[in-house]
Ligand binder design. Structure first.
Ligand code: WT7
Length: 647
């Protein structure tokens, strides 16, 4: 494991606008620095004070018990997450405030107030109890992005059942494996889900999965699309029928702060998916505090996080953190380009969205579709933008800033992981100046570092491995049923320190720049380059919308650099452009990063959460058959088309 060189040059800087700063929860860099200092000098005192903002049924005895690498936060404390998200607000003027505003793909809408949502959650909690679900049982959730998905999650939290949400785009096999690993007793699903006008047969997938998942005794089915679906008597139940019979009173079960709230499977690059386990108190605290300070959320906001509830972003920042803050969270069911590529902008205008949180993969798609689509809509309600999921290329950041944000909205580029549960490295929008492509500075209580292969901190400007040196409240507690794998995956490489798997560099201002997964690093003539930096150089060419670079074995250089490039819509391919792009990279970065080969492609292989799968591109570049797991691939046809495209 050698070190990583950083070659990206990016010097633009954006100060928080003064009007934004004045109204923000954290108003200056000095304020951030003072709070950060305290949070790392006295983490237990800091987190203890912050935890006062939650409702506890029993106060904790100790803030942290750290038996590396196993942490317990708020030891001895009891609370209930659904009570913190609902009952707490229903007792105030927020009772009739919109908690959840929803738009379906066909354009139908629903609004649930805090009062409405509490009643629905209580009723579904009673439904689960009537099906025999007790505290500690696992419940699978395999649903479209409809309000019932949030209701099901909160209902589990209310009675202490541990939920495991499986993204509705996953296959029956993927669902089966996850339900078996979790030993779920119930699955909550829908007849189908709308996606780009078509119907995804969720219930049929559940039926197929359950042929091999004997732990599941009951299936609750929401009627969404109205298609005929087969029903297994005794096992399958309609949501609306069970709900009709259920009482809207259900006391919130006081749960230990370390009670497992959810298991979420993350596939990683190889091997069986890992069941990342998150617990209750520390998770809720860091999720809700980041929500407040990073998204600067206020009662007046209509906040939209575009992630699916099948991902951790959907857990933390569609459902739990916004509701814990008494905010209005907006949820959309469908695809961003249905019926037209302006669907997101139509939604922003229609609902007056003020804070928008989305992913680089979506932003790059918007760049490719062209700015005529957002230009058709009034986006002036927006005041803050966010991004998460991959490094954002500086040019995509600039586009987001000017075309979507009208140049007036700060952008929070938030680095975190399924494993971290909540945001870890991020600007605070009223306090920290942003630089396109940088996640800027650590959140309170988070101590990241960039280290070399021996675990020593590297000097500013040098690339290395991103680690977290101290435990944080929303950290994963283990891998479900496999504590050895937890230790092995995260805590072995640098003993006693959490290894993120990402490469990064810290600049002279202390800002973090994530360079991509270390598994993807390219080794060209002894230079180890992060993928993000070369890709960003390509994306800074005005005709390029998206790029992925990988190494191909090369006798002379170790690896040759192969770039897969997607052009903006309507740009014709030609040899001249290939040469121009190679020279463009040389001009931006230097000769070491000159691509040896450029392949144009209509689309890149992505995971279902939108991350570029460079592992598959490496196989294609080397002319190998694809080895390893492709079940997380979003669109299989992309692979076949890429194989045909050769320079
Ligand atoms: C990996 C975690 C956590 C929400 C969704 C992804 C990459 C995430 C950023 C960012 C650069 C980022 C990292 C990380 N990543 N956010 N702002 N800048 N890279 O969760 O699927 O567990 O993926 O996504 O590589 O390790 P996940």
């Amino acid at each position: 494991m050698a070190d990583i060189e950083s070659v990206l040059k990016e010097s633009r800087i954006f100060e928080p606008p003064s009007t934004f700063r004045q109204a923000a929860h954290v108003k200056s860099l000095e304020e951030y620095r003072a709070l950060y200092r305290r949070s790392v000098d006295e983490p237990e005192a800091f987190w203890g004070e912050q935890a006062e903002s939650l409702r506890w049924s029993k106060r904790w005895e100790r803030v942290l018990e750290w038996d590396p690498p196993f942490a317990s936060w708020f030891v001895g404390g009891c609370l209930n997450l659904s009570e913190n998200c609902l009952d707490r607000h229903v007792a105030t003027w927020r009772k009739n405030k919109a908690a959840l505003v929803w738009e379906g793909e066909p354009g139908d809408t629903r609004v649930l107030t805090y009062h409405d949502l509490l009643r629905e959650v209580c009723r579904f909690a009673n439904v689960l109890k009537a099906l025999g679900v007790v505290k500690g049982d696992r419940v699978g959730i395999y649903m479209p992005m409809i309000p019932e998905a949030a209701v099901a999650m909160l209902a589990c939290a209310r009675i202490g059942a541990t939920h495991s949400v499986v993204f509705g785009g996953f296959s029956a096999e993927a669902l089966r494996d996850r339900m078996n690993d979790a030993q779920a007793r119930v699955i909550v699903t829908a007849d189908g889900a709308y996606r780009r006008g078509a119907v995804v047969p969720l219930k049929a997938n559940v039926d197929a999965a359950l042929a091999g998942a004997p732990s599941v005794e009951n299936v609750v089915v929401v009627r969404r699309t109205g298609e005929e679906v087969p029903f297994h008597a005794g096992r399958d139940h309609w949501w609306h029928e069970l709900m009709e019979a259920a009482s809207a009173q259900c006391p919130a079960e006081p749960l230990d702060a370390e009670h497992p709230l959810f298991i979420l499977y993350t596939s990683g690059t190889t091997g069986r998916p890992k069941g990342v386990v998150h617990t209750t108190g520390g998770y809720l605290l860091q999720a809700s505090l980041t929500m407040k300070l990073v998204f600067d959320v206020k009662d007046e906001d209509t906040y939209w996080c575009t992630a699916d509830i099948g991902w951790v972003t959907g857990h933390s920042y569609v459902v739990y953190a916004p509701l814990a803050n008494g905010a209005t969270t907006f949820m959309y069911e469908g695809a961003p380009n249905h019926p037209e590529p302006d669907r997101f902008w139509r939604i922003v205008e229609r609902h007056g969205i003020t804070v928008l949180y989305t992913a680089p993969t979506a932003i790059r798609a918007f760049v490719r579709w062209g700015e005529q689509w957002p230009r058709k809509h009034d986006l002036t309600s927006l005041r803050l933008l966010g991004t998460v999921g991959e490094p954002i290329n500086p040019e995509a950041w600039m586009w987001y800033h000017s075309v979507i944000g009208g140049g007036r909205c700060p952008i929070v580029d938030t680095w975190w992981q399924t494993e971290t549960g909540a945001i870890m490295i991020t600007p605070l929008p009223g306090a920290i100046a942003t630089k396109p492509g940088s996640g800027t500075l650590p959140f309170f209580g988070v101590e990241p570092e960039v280290v070399d292969k021996d675990g020593h901190a590297v000097p500013p400007g040098a690339g290395g491995y991103l680690v977290i040196k101290k435990p944080w409240p929303s950290m994963l507690r283990t891998v479900y049923g496999d504590p050895e794998r937890y230790v092995e995956t995260y805590w072995k490489r640098f003993p006693g320190i959490y290894f993120t798997g990402d490469g990064a560099r810290r600049d002279a201002d202390g800002y973090f720049w994530i360079m991509g997964r270390v598994d993807d690093v390219i080794n060209v003539a002894g230079h180890r380059l992060g993928t993000m930096e070369v890709e960003s150089a390509l994306v800074s060419h005005p005709r390029v919308a998206e790029a992925a670079v990988v190494g191909r074995p090369d006798e002379l250089k170790g690896q040759a650099l192969v770039a897969f490039v997607t052009l903006q819509a309507g740009i014709a391919l030609n040899e001249g452009l290939r040469a121009e792009l190679k020279e463009h990279v040389v001009k931006e970065i230097g000769a070491i990063a000159r691509p040896d080969e450029i392949r144009f492609s209509e689309a890149l292989p992505k995971t279902r959460s939108g991350k570029i799968m460079r592992r598959l591109l490496r196989d294609i570049a080397a002319g190998r058959d694809t080895i390893g797991d492709t079940t997380t691939l979003e669109d299989y046809s992309v692979l076949a088309r890429l194989r045909e495209e050769e320079e």
